[in-house]
Write a protein that binds this ligand. Structure first.
Ligand code: 5AD
Ligand code: FES
Length: 392
């Protein structure tokens, strides 16, 4: 049902008339969708924007699908945000280079190893090394040494995920050879036009470079993760539908998607407003997670921390919609306040111990169990590998 406003001669004569659109192929109810087939862009857009009984059914279906394929486990990735020093200047990010208000820090090796040891002893299974972006040799070599050291102290048992931005293929290969096996690099948005509005126009922030980096990761053999922000200024539902189609087309192994949240000291927050309320961003992110779970049942999907900045139960809701990964923060509490990519980041005063017990409680609350001491790798990755071997 819809209203149309007609412009009449010079003045505006509003003629409201009711018309029922029964155009072919327009989805108005989730029951019209055949989930056994590949979803069309139009169907995906409907699912991202749907509400009420439709979104309830979507989320239940996706939650069920996740359990069907992976059992009821949710896996941990202990997140070590070891430095906020960054050469990038993304317009939305609180630790961007030009933000002079944020005190910069760089944890020493011992503190990083200590955090990794904590993760290992508490059976997290994996750690994520995340920091602002740097591409200098000193940084590259340091990461290389850290990867080797973390493998050594855990008797090769802990999985290492990296989230260190765009690097050359040689650097990715070097870190892979040293023992990292997963890499997270969000595409942020697959609309090139929007990407360019979110980043300075220069080589360091090019959309093509981001895509090339993702391709390089995949070629090397990393379990490759990507994702987008949801509810950015001027982002449309059709952009978001294209984002999900991209993730499917790219054959991604892992996904992290979260709501865009303003950071007061960024140009984006100062210059443009999101068309969506925070509640709408949360709603759309949960629908995106559920839709993607149905499109790609065997990938890993993270319940992003940004969800919790909007809703105290945001991550639990994501798990109920099909997410199966949680990233407890194990960064020493003294530095957490300086790694704020957006306003209202949760858990900045907690210690790693607090986060562990809090998250275990939260996972139990969703009726799921924690996959302690396991890597919880992406099944999709291994299926892909097997198919490629069969083709050879
Ligand atoms: N709101 C939400 N997510 C953000 N990120 C950076 N800034 C923000 C923000 N203001 C996300 C980006 C980046 C990841 C590390 O954090 O998607 O890839
Ligand atoms: Fe690019 Fe932080 S500066 S995400």
């Amino acid at each position: 049902m819809s209203f149309i406003i007609l412009n009449y001669h010079n003045g505006i004569l509003p003629i409201y008339f009711l018309y029922f659109y029964k155009k072919k192929n327009v989805t108005t109810n989730i029951n019209q969708i055949d989930f056994k087939k590949s979803l069309s862009g139009e169907e995906i857009a409907f699912l991202i924007g749907c509400s009420g009984a439709n979104s309830k059914a979507l989320r239940e279906m996706a939650g069920q699908k996740a359990i069907e394929l992976r059992g009821s486990k949710v896996w941990f990735r202990g997140l070590i945000e070891f430095s906020n020093v960054c050469i990038k200047d993304c317009f939305y990010c609180g630790i961007r280079k030009s933000n002079t208000k944020v005190p910069r820090y760089n944890l020493d090796d011992e503190a990083i190893i200590q955090a990794a040891r904590y993760a290992f002893e508490n059976r997290y299974g994996s750690v994520v090394l995340q920091s602002g972006e740097r591409i200098d040799n000193k940084f590259i070599d340091r990461i290389d040494q850290l990867i080797k050291k973390i493998k050594e102290i855990s008797d090769n048992k802990i999985g290492i995920t990296l989230s260190l931005g765009e690097q050359t293929k040689e650097t990715y290969q070097k870190w892979f050879n040293s023992g990292a096996h997963r890499y997270l690099l969000r595409i942020e948005t697959t609309s090139k036009e929007l990407y360019q509005k979110l980043h300075p126009v220069n080589k360091l922030h090019s959309f093509e470079r981001r895509l090339e980096a993702l391709k390089a990761l995949k070629e090397i053999g990393y379990q490759t993760g990507s994702g987008v922000m949801v509810g950015l200024p001027s982002q449309t539902i059709s952009d978001l539908a294209n984002d999900l189609l991209f993730l499917k087309e790219f054959d991604i192994d892992m996904v992290g998607m979260g709501p865009y949240i303003e950071h007061e000291d960024t140009p984006l927050a100062k210059s443009s407003q999101s068309a969506y309320t925070q509640e709408e961003r949360l709603h759309m992110t949960l629908n995106m997670i559920a839709t993607l779970r149905l499109m790609m049942p065997d990938i890993n999907i993270a319940a992003s921390t940004a969800l919790q900045a909007i809703d105290p139960m945001g991550r639990e809701k994501a798990i109920k919609c099909g997410a199966n990964i949680i990233m407890p923060n194990i960064t020493p509490a003294t530095e957490r306040k300086n790694y704020q990519l957006y306003n209202n980041k949760p858990c900045i005063d907690e210690s790693a111990d607090d986060c562990l017990s809090c998250l275990q409680m939260r996972i139990a609350f969703t009726g799921r169990e924690t996959g302690l001491g396991e890597w919880g790798d992406s099944l999709h990755f291994f299926k892909k590998q097997k198919n490629e071997q069969l083709k050879r």
